[in-house]
Design a protein around this ligand. Structure first.
Ligand code: ACO
Length: 321
């Protein structure tokens, strides 16, 4: 059975926070941020916008593109690190707002690797006969949880949401491979506090997020390359056959290092980190939507999705559009 994405939507809040504004808030410069990360601006949610409300907006965008897309949806999976609440799940909140109250709904926590993980979950539910049509959401309001006094991390993140429908597609299309991984040895390098005040390797956690940027950078370059290659091998493809590399949008230098590792030319990589920053689970659907809207991705194109994040975790998939 081939399972693919049959509809997509995305949303980013209206408010744009530029590096020039950050210069006035923090001891930083536009030059430092652009040269280290490639980020020029990011979208920031309003006070009354949360993962669920942005997820709903992304679903509305999806329905605008494919009006009957929600018909027959029997499961909703939301990947998020910034849920409205630990429960009810953000997936259930979105489902209730878009006419899907009553269908199965749950959240998935895998930091920035979450969208590809959620797509993998959807594929498993469909292939196992538990669901037929799954609404996958990636939604984040990271601006509400980052430490705005930490100039090394707060400059990286932005808010947004994406939504996708996964269901059976004609043979030859859809997801061709999935690679998932996580290693808690890297947990101390990137974490967000919840209930406990310690995790292995961190005696006392900071009140919000903790990040060792250099460690995450090295890890990201390595796992994007390794997991992307594994996804290609599983799909029986070479990097030369990839039409579009769609990486998690964390940092343009990380993306470029991964691209070079595959030998994929710059013009075959979808990059929008300069306008959105790192939107975690929303970044891949935001990039996919943009490349579909402007006609870069076409029917039959071979896509390679790669992501990394807290865990430390990673995920990759080959997808024939
Ligand atoms: N403005 C100006 N100077 C800064 C800033 C800033 N915003 N932030 C840090 N600096 C300074 C540091 O204090 C340091 O100064 P020092 O040398 O006097 O001590 C210097 O710049 C270099 O700092 P580094 O942290 O070594 O800078 P680096 O080149 O590693 O870049 C960065 C930092 C951009 C965070 C990079 O390491 C990175 O992108 N790492 C990956 C992080 C990431 O992607 N995290 C998200 C993962 S996805 C998820 O699951 C959420």
């Amino acid at each position: 059975m081939a399972i693919g994405i049959t509809a997509l939507g995305a949303y980013a809040p209206d408010r744009v926070l530029t590096n020039a504004e950050l210069e006035r808030m923090l001891d930083t410069t536009d030059e430092w941020i652009v040269s280290r990360t490639g980020i020029r601006e990011r979208h920031i949610s309003a006070d009354d916008e949360f993962a669920s409300t942005m997820g709903v907006r992304a679903v509305h965008d999806l329905v605008r593109r494919v009006p009957n897309a929600l018909e027959g949806v029997d499961l909703v999976v939301c990947a998020t690190s910034s849920p409205d609440a630990l429960f009810p799940s953000t997936a259930a909140l979105v489902a209730g707002e878009v006419g899907l109250a009553g269908v199965g709904a749950f959240d998935l926590s895998c930091a920035c690797s979450g969208f590809v993980y959620a797509c993998a979950s959807a594929q498993g539910f469909i292939a196992g006969g538990i669901a037929k049509k799954v609404l996958v959401i990636g939604a984040e309001t990271l601006s509400k949880i980052v430490d705005w006094s930490d100039r090394g991390s707060c400059i990286l993140f932005g808010d947004g949401a994406g939504a996708a429908i996964l269901e059976e597609v004609p043979e030859g299309y859809g997801f061709r491979s999935v690679v998932l991984g996580a290693d808690s040895a890297g947990g101390p390098s990137l974490y967000m506090r919840a209930v406990a005040d310690r995790i292995p390797g961190v005696e006392r956690m900071s009140d919000k997020t903790g990040m060792n940027g250099r460690e995450v950078f090295k890890f990201a370059v390595r796992v994007l390359g390794d997991s992307g290659q594994q996804a290609l091998d599983k799909a029986g493809l070479t990097s030369g056959q990839v039409d579009w590399l769609i990486p998690h949008q964390a940092n343009s230098r990380i993306i470029d290092a991964a691209r070079q590792r595959f030998g994929i030319p710059e013009e075959k990589v979808v990059v929008n980190v300069e306008r959105y920053g790192n939107t975690s689970t929303a970044s891949i659907p935001l990039a996919l939507c943009e490349a579909l809207d402007d006609g870069r991705i076409r029917d039959g194109d071979e896509l390679l999705l790669v992501a990394f994040g807290g865990g430390l975790s990673w995920s990759a998939s080959c997808l024939r559009w």
